[in-house]
Write a protein that binds this ligand. Structure first.
Ligand SMILES: [Zn+2]
Length: 413
Protein backbone atom coordinates (compact mmCIF):
# COMPACT_ATOMS: atom_id res chain seq x y z
CA UNK A 1 0.00 0.00 0.00
CA UNK A 2 1.53 3.36 -0.93
CA UNK A 3 2.51 5.36 2.13
CA UNK A 4 0.29 8.30 1.27
CA UNK A 5 -2.80 6.12 1.75
CA UNK A 6 -1.54 4.88 5.10
CA UNK A 7 -0.99 8.50 5.93
CA UNK A 8 -4.69 9.14 5.36
CA UNK A 9 -5.66 6.05 7.37
CA UNK A 10 -3.71 7.30 10.34
CA UNK A 11 -5.58 10.60 10.28
CA UNK A 12 -2.57 12.61 11.46
CA UNK A 13 -2.25 15.50 8.99
CA UNK A 14 0.69 17.03 10.82
CA UNK A 15 2.83 14.04 9.79
CA UNK A 16 4.34 12.89 6.57
CA UNK A 17 5.17 9.17 6.46
CA UNK A 18 8.34 8.38 4.66
CA UNK A 19 9.37 4.89 5.60
CA UNK A 20 7.90 1.54 6.59
CA UNK A 21 10.44 0.28 9.13
CA UNK A 22 8.93 -3.02 10.25
CA UNK A 23 5.83 -4.95 9.27
CA UNK A 24 5.06 -8.44 10.56
CA UNK A 25 2.05 -10.37 11.83
CA UNK A 26 1.77 -8.32 15.03
CA UNK A 27 3.32 -4.95 14.51
CA UNK A 28 3.85 -2.16 12.06
CA UNK A 29 6.44 0.56 12.63
CA UNK A 30 6.17 3.67 10.51
CA UNK A 31 8.69 6.41 10.27
CA UNK A 32 7.31 9.91 9.89
CA UNK A 33 8.37 13.52 10.07
CA UNK A 34 6.47 16.75 10.51
CA UNK A 35 4.98 18.31 7.37
CA UNK A 36 6.02 21.77 8.54
CA UNK A 37 9.62 22.80 8.65
CA UNK A 38 9.49 25.15 11.64
CA UNK A 39 7.43 25.81 14.75
CA UNK A 40 7.01 29.18 16.42
CA UNK A 41 9.25 29.97 19.35
CA UNK A 42 7.40 29.48 22.67
CA UNK A 43 8.69 32.82 23.95
CA UNK A 44 8.30 35.31 21.09
CA UNK A 45 5.62 33.23 19.32
CA UNK A 46 7.32 33.90 16.02
CA UNK A 47 8.98 31.59 13.51
CA UNK A 48 11.17 34.34 12.20
CA UNK A 49 14.35 33.67 14.12
CA UNK A 50 13.80 29.91 14.42
CA UNK A 51 16.23 27.44 12.92
CA UNK A 52 16.53 23.68 13.18
CA UNK A 53 19.35 22.71 15.43
CA UNK A 54 19.84 18.94 15.15
CA UNK A 55 17.80 16.30 16.95
CA UNK A 56 17.67 14.02 19.98
CA UNK A 57 16.91 10.29 19.95
CA UNK A 58 13.81 9.63 17.81
CA UNK A 59 10.53 9.01 19.69
CA UNK A 60 8.55 5.80 19.22
CA UNK A 61 4.86 6.49 19.83
CA UNK A 62 2.18 3.83 20.19
CA UNK A 63 -0.87 4.75 18.10
CA UNK A 64 -4.25 3.14 17.30
CA UNK A 65 -3.97 -0.29 15.75
CA UNK A 66 -3.53 -0.27 12.02
CA UNK A 67 -5.25 -3.16 10.19
CA UNK A 68 -5.29 -5.17 13.40
CA UNK A 69 -1.60 -4.71 14.11
CA UNK A 70 0.01 -2.76 16.92
CA UNK A 71 1.12 0.46 15.35
CA UNK A 72 4.15 2.52 16.31
CA UNK A 73 5.07 5.81 14.77
CA UNK A 74 8.70 6.82 14.93
CA UNK A 75 9.15 10.58 14.79
CA UNK A 76 12.25 12.72 15.12
CA UNK A 77 12.72 14.68 18.31
CA UNK A 78 13.72 17.87 16.56
CA UNK A 79 15.66 20.55 18.36
CA UNK A 80 14.90 24.13 17.40
CA UNK A 81 16.64 27.35 18.26
CA UNK A 82 15.30 30.92 18.30
CA UNK A 83 18.03 33.38 17.48
CA UNK A 84 15.94 36.32 18.76
CA UNK A 85 15.42 34.85 22.19
CA UNK A 86 18.53 32.69 22.30
CA UNK A 87 16.62 29.64 23.50
CA UNK A 88 16.46 25.97 22.55
CA UNK A 89 13.19 24.10 22.37
CA UNK A 90 11.95 20.80 20.99
CA UNK A 91 9.31 20.11 18.40
CA UNK A 92 5.78 19.76 19.81
CA UNK A 93 3.53 17.21 18.09
CA UNK A 94 -0.23 17.59 18.12
CA UNK A 95 -0.93 13.86 18.30
CA UNK A 96 1.07 13.15 21.44
CA UNK A 97 1.95 15.17 24.50
CA UNK A 98 5.60 15.86 25.24
CA UNK A 99 7.50 12.92 26.73
CA UNK A 100 4.53 10.52 26.35
CA UNK A 101 4.87 7.17 24.61
CA UNK A 102 1.19 6.86 23.69
CA UNK A 103 -0.73 9.09 21.28
CA UNK A 104 -3.76 11.02 22.51
CA UNK A 105 -6.10 8.82 20.49
CA UNK A 106 -4.56 5.62 21.81
CA UNK A 107 -4.75 7.03 25.32
CA UNK A 108 -8.42 7.88 24.94
CA UNK A 109 -9.33 4.49 23.51
CA UNK A 110 -7.55 2.72 26.37
CA UNK A 111 -9.31 4.83 29.00
CA UNK A 112 -12.70 4.28 27.35
CA UNK A 113 -12.15 0.52 27.52
CA UNK A 114 -11.02 0.67 31.13
CA UNK A 115 -14.09 2.71 32.09
CA UNK A 116 -16.36 0.21 30.37
CA UNK A 117 -14.84 -2.87 31.92
CA UNK A 118 -11.60 -3.27 33.85
CA UNK A 119 -8.06 -2.06 33.57
CA UNK A 120 -7.00 -5.68 33.03
CA UNK A 121 -9.42 -6.09 30.13
CA UNK A 122 -8.32 -2.87 28.50
CA UNK A 123 -4.67 -3.86 28.97
CA UNK A 124 -5.35 -7.15 27.18
CA UNK A 125 -7.24 -5.50 24.35
CA UNK A 126 -4.67 -2.79 23.84
CA UNK A 127 -1.65 -4.98 24.56
CA UNK A 128 -0.13 -2.60 27.07
CA UNK A 129 0.85 -3.21 30.72
CA UNK A 130 -1.99 -3.14 33.27
CA UNK A 131 -0.11 -0.57 35.33
CA UNK A 132 -0.06 1.75 32.32
CA UNK A 133 -3.81 1.43 31.84
CA UNK A 134 -4.41 2.02 35.55
CA UNK A 135 -2.32 5.17 35.38
CA UNK A 136 -4.11 6.45 32.26
CA UNK A 137 -7.49 5.61 33.79
CA UNK A 138 -6.72 7.43 37.03
CA UNK A 139 -5.41 10.45 35.19
CA UNK A 140 -8.56 10.62 33.08
CA UNK A 141 -11.05 10.10 35.93
CA UNK A 142 -11.25 13.59 37.47
CA UNK A 143 -12.01 15.32 34.16
CA UNK A 144 -14.48 12.65 33.06
CA UNK A 145 -16.20 12.74 36.43
CA UNK A 146 -16.47 16.50 36.31
CA UNK A 147 -17.89 16.45 32.80
CA UNK A 148 -20.59 13.89 33.69
CA UNK A 149 -21.37 15.54 37.02
CA UNK A 150 -21.89 18.91 35.38
CA UNK A 151 -24.36 17.29 33.03
CA UNK A 152 -26.13 15.47 35.86
CA UNK A 153 -26.43 18.61 37.98
CA UNK A 154 -27.60 20.68 35.05
CA UNK A 155 -30.39 18.17 34.46
CA UNK A 156 -31.37 18.09 38.14
CA UNK A 157 -31.51 21.88 38.29
CA UNK A 158 -33.70 22.03 35.21
CA UNK A 159 -36.08 19.16 35.97
CA UNK A 160 -39.59 20.03 36.94
CA UNK A 161 -40.78 17.58 39.63
CA UNK A 162 -37.30 16.59 40.74
CA UNK A 163 -37.36 13.49 42.97
CA UNK A 164 -34.23 12.79 44.99
CA UNK A 165 -33.18 9.53 46.60
CA UNK A 166 -30.83 9.57 49.58
CA UNK A 167 -29.27 6.34 50.78
CA UNK A 168 -26.09 5.08 52.36
CA UNK A 169 -23.66 2.45 51.18
CA UNK A 170 -20.60 0.93 52.79
CA UNK A 171 -17.15 1.35 51.32
CA UNK A 172 -16.22 -1.95 52.93
CA UNK A 173 -18.63 -4.14 54.83
CA UNK A 174 -19.03 -2.80 58.33
CA UNK A 175 -16.59 0.03 57.71
CA UNK A 176 -17.13 3.62 56.75
CA UNK A 177 -20.33 4.71 55.10
CA UNK A 178 -21.00 7.04 52.22
CA UNK A 179 -24.23 8.82 51.46
CA UNK A 180 -25.34 8.91 47.84
CA UNK A 181 -27.59 11.65 46.48
CA UNK A 182 -29.54 10.44 43.48
CA UNK A 183 -31.81 12.02 40.93
CA UNK A 184 -34.38 9.22 40.69
CA UNK A 185 -36.28 10.49 37.68
CA UNK A 186 -33.07 11.37 35.83
CA UNK A 187 -31.39 8.12 36.90
CA UNK A 188 -28.15 9.81 37.85
CA UNK A 189 -25.93 9.86 40.92
CA UNK A 190 -25.46 13.53 41.79
CA UNK A 191 -22.95 13.24 44.57
CA UNK A 192 -21.29 11.02 47.12
CA UNK A 193 -20.47 12.38 50.53
CA UNK A 194 -18.37 10.75 53.23
CA UNK A 195 -20.36 9.63 56.26
CA UNK A 196 -24.02 9.49 57.17
CA UNK A 197 -24.11 11.30 60.51
CA UNK A 198 -26.17 14.46 60.83
CA UNK A 199 -23.03 16.56 61.23
CA UNK A 200 -21.57 15.13 57.99
CA UNK A 201 -24.82 15.85 56.16
CA UNK A 202 -25.11 19.39 57.51
CA UNK A 203 -21.49 20.13 56.61
CA UNK A 204 -22.20 18.98 53.06
CA UNK A 205 -25.22 21.27 52.74
CA UNK A 206 -23.22 24.20 54.13
CA UNK A 207 -20.43 23.78 51.62
CA UNK A 208 -22.59 22.93 48.59
CA UNK A 209 -24.90 25.80 47.74
CA UNK A 210 -25.89 24.08 44.50
CA UNK A 211 -27.41 21.28 46.58
CA UNK A 212 -29.53 23.70 48.60
CA UNK A 213 -30.54 25.43 45.38
CA UNK A 214 -32.25 22.27 44.13
CA UNK A 215 -36.02 22.24 44.36
CA UNK A 216 -37.02 18.63 44.92
CA UNK A 217 -40.71 17.87 44.95
CA UNK A 218 -39.99 14.72 46.96
CA UNK A 219 -37.10 12.86 48.59
CA UNK A 220 -37.08 9.10 49.12
CA UNK A 221 -35.14 7.73 52.11
CA UNK A 222 -35.04 4.75 54.43
CA UNK A 223 -36.22 5.15 58.03
CA UNK A 224 -33.02 6.77 59.28
CA UNK A 225 -33.91 9.78 61.43
CA UNK A 226 -30.78 11.74 60.45
CA UNK A 227 -31.74 11.72 56.79
CA UNK A 228 -35.24 12.96 57.52
CA UNK A 229 -34.00 15.67 59.87
CA UNK A 230 -31.43 16.80 57.34
CA UNK A 231 -33.82 16.82 54.39
CA UNK A 232 -36.52 18.69 56.30
CA UNK A 233 -33.90 21.32 57.19
CA UNK A 234 -32.68 21.62 53.59
CA UNK A 235 -36.00 21.29 51.77
CA UNK A 236 -38.88 22.05 54.15
CA UNK A 237 -41.42 21.88 51.33
CA UNK A 238 -40.36 18.53 49.90
CA UNK A 239 -42.49 15.45 50.46
CA UNK A 240 -40.39 13.02 52.49
CA UNK A 241 -41.12 9.45 51.46
CA UNK A 242 -40.11 6.35 53.42
CA UNK A 243 -38.68 3.99 50.88
CA UNK A 244 -41.18 1.26 50.14
CA UNK A 245 -38.68 -1.58 50.03
CA UNK A 246 -37.00 -0.60 53.28
CA UNK A 247 -40.40 -0.36 54.98
CA UNK A 248 -41.44 -3.68 53.56
CA UNK A 249 -38.20 -5.16 54.89
CA UNK A 250 -39.41 -4.55 58.47
CA UNK A 251 -42.59 -6.51 57.78
CA UNK A 252 -40.68 -9.41 56.25
CA UNK A 253 -38.40 -9.45 59.30
CA UNK A 254 -41.43 -9.73 61.57
CA UNK A 255 -42.88 -12.56 59.49
CA UNK A 256 -39.62 -14.43 59.78
CA UNK A 257 -39.35 -13.70 63.52
CA UNK A 258 -42.82 -15.21 64.01
CA UNK A 259 -41.83 -18.13 61.81
CA UNK A 260 -38.81 -18.83 64.01
CA UNK A 261 -40.90 -18.76 67.22
CA UNK A 262 -43.49 -21.04 65.64
CA UNK A 263 -40.88 -23.43 64.28
CA UNK A 264 -39.63 -23.97 67.80
CA UNK A 265 -43.01 -25.42 68.88
CA UNK A 266 -43.55 -27.83 65.97
CA UNK A 267 -42.95 -31.55 65.50
CA UNK A 268 -39.53 -32.40 64.03
CA UNK A 269 -41.04 -33.10 60.61
CA UNK A 270 -43.08 -29.88 60.43
CA UNK A 271 -40.14 -27.97 61.78
CA UNK A 272 -37.90 -29.27 58.98
CA UNK A 273 -40.44 -28.37 56.29
CA UNK A 274 -40.96 -24.87 57.67
CA UNK A 275 -37.25 -24.30 57.91
CA UNK A 276 -36.66 -25.55 54.39
CA UNK A 277 -39.44 -23.51 52.75
CA UNK A 278 -39.37 -20.39 54.92
CA UNK A 279 -38.61 -18.11 51.96
CA UNK A 280 -42.04 -18.84 50.47
CA UNK A 281 -43.46 -16.56 53.15
CA UNK A 282 -41.71 -13.46 51.76
CA UNK A 283 -43.01 -12.74 48.23
CA UNK A 284 -46.60 -11.68 47.56
CA UNK A 285 -48.72 -14.85 47.46
CA UNK A 286 -50.15 -14.13 44.03
CA UNK A 287 -46.68 -14.12 42.52
CA UNK A 288 -46.00 -17.73 43.48
CA UNK A 289 -46.45 -20.58 41.03
CA UNK A 290 -49.32 -23.04 41.64
CA UNK A 291 -46.88 -25.59 43.03
CA UNK A 292 -45.36 -23.06 45.42
CA UNK A 293 -48.80 -21.92 46.55
CA UNK A 294 -49.57 -25.46 47.64
CA UNK A 295 -46.27 -25.63 49.51
CA UNK A 296 -47.03 -22.28 51.14
CA UNK A 297 -50.44 -23.49 52.31
CA UNK A 298 -48.77 -26.42 54.02
CA UNK A 299 -46.66 -23.97 55.99
CA UNK A 300 -49.58 -21.71 56.90
CA UNK A 301 -51.57 -24.71 58.18
CA UNK A 302 -48.89 -25.35 60.82
CA UNK A 303 -49.92 -22.38 62.93
CA UNK A 304 -52.78 -19.84 63.13
CA UNK A 305 -50.28 -17.22 64.32
CA UNK A 306 -48.11 -17.74 61.26
CA UNK A 307 -51.16 -17.45 59.02
CA UNK A 308 -52.21 -14.24 60.74
CA UNK A 309 -48.83 -12.58 60.33
CA UNK A 310 -48.61 -13.71 56.69
CA UNK A 311 -52.06 -12.26 55.97
CA UNK A 312 -51.01 -9.04 57.65
CA UNK A 313 -47.94 -8.88 55.39
CA UNK A 314 -50.12 -9.57 52.32
CA UNK A 315 -52.49 -6.80 53.36
CA UNK A 316 -49.54 -4.42 53.46
CA UNK A 317 -48.45 -5.27 49.90
CA UNK A 318 -52.04 -4.83 48.83
CA UNK A 319 -52.17 -1.46 50.55
CA UNK A 320 -49.04 -0.35 48.71
CA UNK A 321 -50.24 -1.61 45.34
CA UNK A 322 -53.87 -0.65 45.31
CA UNK A 323 -54.53 2.43 47.43
CA UNK A 324 -56.00 4.79 44.80
CA UNK A 325 -55.19 8.05 46.58
CA UNK A 326 -53.74 9.44 49.77
CA UNK A 327 -57.12 9.71 51.59
CA UNK A 328 -57.98 6.08 51.01
CA UNK A 329 -54.39 5.13 51.80
CA UNK A 330 -54.56 6.94 55.15
CA UNK A 331 -57.72 5.07 56.19
CA UNK A 332 -56.32 1.80 54.87
CA UNK A 333 -53.09 2.29 56.79
CA UNK A 334 -54.94 2.67 60.09
CA UNK A 335 -57.00 -0.44 59.39
CA UNK A 336 -53.80 -2.29 58.67
CA UNK A 337 -52.27 -1.10 61.96
CA UNK A 338 -55.34 -2.42 63.81
CA UNK A 339 -55.03 -5.74 62.06
CA UNK A 340 -51.47 -5.95 63.40
CA UNK A 341 -52.55 -5.18 66.96
CA UNK A 342 -54.31 -8.55 67.08
CA UNK A 343 -51.09 -10.43 66.42
CA UNK A 344 -49.61 -11.49 69.70
CA UNK A 345 -45.90 -11.37 69.02
CA UNK A 346 -43.32 -8.90 70.25
CA UNK A 347 -41.59 -8.55 66.89
CA UNK A 348 -44.86 -7.56 65.23
CA UNK A 349 -45.67 -5.12 68.03
CA UNK A 350 -42.26 -3.53 67.76
CA UNK A 351 -42.61 -3.20 63.96
CA UNK A 352 -46.04 -1.65 64.46
CA UNK A 353 -44.48 0.94 66.72
CA UNK A 354 -41.98 1.82 63.99
CA UNK A 355 -44.77 1.98 61.41
CA UNK A 356 -46.81 4.29 63.62
CA UNK A 357 -43.81 6.57 64.16
CA UNK A 358 -43.24 6.85 60.43
CA UNK A 359 -46.83 6.77 59.22
CA UNK A 360 -46.74 10.13 57.46
CA UNK A 361 -43.59 9.28 55.54
CA UNK A 362 -44.94 5.82 54.68
CA UNK A 363 -48.30 7.15 53.52
CA UNK A 364 -46.50 9.85 51.51
CA UNK A 365 -45.69 7.15 48.97
CA UNK A 366 -49.24 7.64 47.78
CA UNK A 367 -48.58 11.33 47.09
CA UNK A 368 -45.58 10.59 44.91
CA UNK A 369 -44.96 6.97 43.97
CA UNK A 370 -41.19 6.70 43.83
CA UNK A 371 -38.89 4.18 45.47
CA UNK A 372 -35.14 3.81 45.82
CA UNK A 373 -35.20 0.51 43.89
CA UNK A 374 -32.98 2.04 41.22
CA UNK A 375 -30.56 3.15 43.94
CA UNK A 376 -30.26 -0.42 45.21
CA UNK A 377 -29.31 -1.51 41.70
CA UNK A 378 -26.74 1.23 41.60
CA UNK A 379 -25.24 0.00 44.86
CA UNK A 380 -24.53 -3.30 43.17
CA UNK A 381 -22.78 -1.42 40.41
CA UNK A 382 -20.71 0.45 43.00
CA UNK A 383 -19.84 -2.79 44.78
CA UNK A 384 -18.69 -4.34 41.52
CA UNK A 385 -16.68 -1.20 40.78
CA UNK A 386 -15.03 -1.40 44.20
CA UNK A 387 -14.06 -5.00 43.56
CA UNK A 388 -12.59 -4.19 40.14
CA UNK A 389 -10.71 -1.10 41.23
CA UNK A 390 -9.47 -2.20 44.62
CA UNK A 391 -6.35 -0.14 43.92
CA UNK A 392 -8.33 3.10 44.15
CA UNK A 393 -7.53 4.07 47.74
CA UNK A 394 -7.34 7.78 47.12
CA UNK A 395 -10.65 9.38 48.12
CA UNK A 396 -10.70 11.83 45.19
CA UNK A 397 -10.22 9.07 42.63
CA UNK A 398 -12.61 6.78 44.48
CA UNK A 399 -15.40 9.32 44.35
CA UNK A 400 -14.68 10.33 40.77
CA UNK A 401 -14.65 6.66 39.80
CA UNK A 402 -18.04 5.99 41.36
CA UNK A 403 -19.62 9.07 39.79
CA UNK A 404 -18.31 8.04 36.38
CA UNK A 405 -19.37 4.43 36.89
CA UNK A 406 -22.93 5.37 37.83
CA UNK A 407 -23.48 8.15 35.30
CA UNK A 408 -21.63 7.21 32.13
CA UNK A 409 -24.25 4.71 30.95
CA UNK A 410 -27.05 7.19 31.28
CA UNK A 411 -25.21 10.32 30.10
CA UNK A 412 -22.51 9.22 27.67
CA UNK A 413 -24.78 7.87 24.94
ZN1 LIG B 1 11.90 33.63 20.12
Amino acid sequence: MPLQYINELLGLPELQLHNLLIINAEEVHLEAKPVAYKQPCPVCQSEEGVIRNGHNEPRKIRHLNLLGKRCYIVVPSLRLFCSHCQIDFVWVYEFVSPKQRYSYLFHRQTVEQALGSTAAHSARMQEVPVSTVQRMHQEALPAESERLSKQAWYEAEHTSDLVLGVDDFAIKKGHTYNTGIHNLRGETLLDVLAGRKLEDLRAYARTNPSFLALKPKAVVMDLAQMYHTWISECFPDAIRIADRFHVHGYIIESVQAVRKSVQFTLSPRAKAILKRDHRLLNPPGDRLSEKRKIQLNVLLAFSPLLRKVWEWKEAFSHWYEYSPNVQVATQGFHRWLQQGEHIDHESVQSTLKTMRNWQNEIINYHRCRWTNAIVEGRHNRIKAYQRRHYFTRNRVYYKAGILVECNRHRLSG
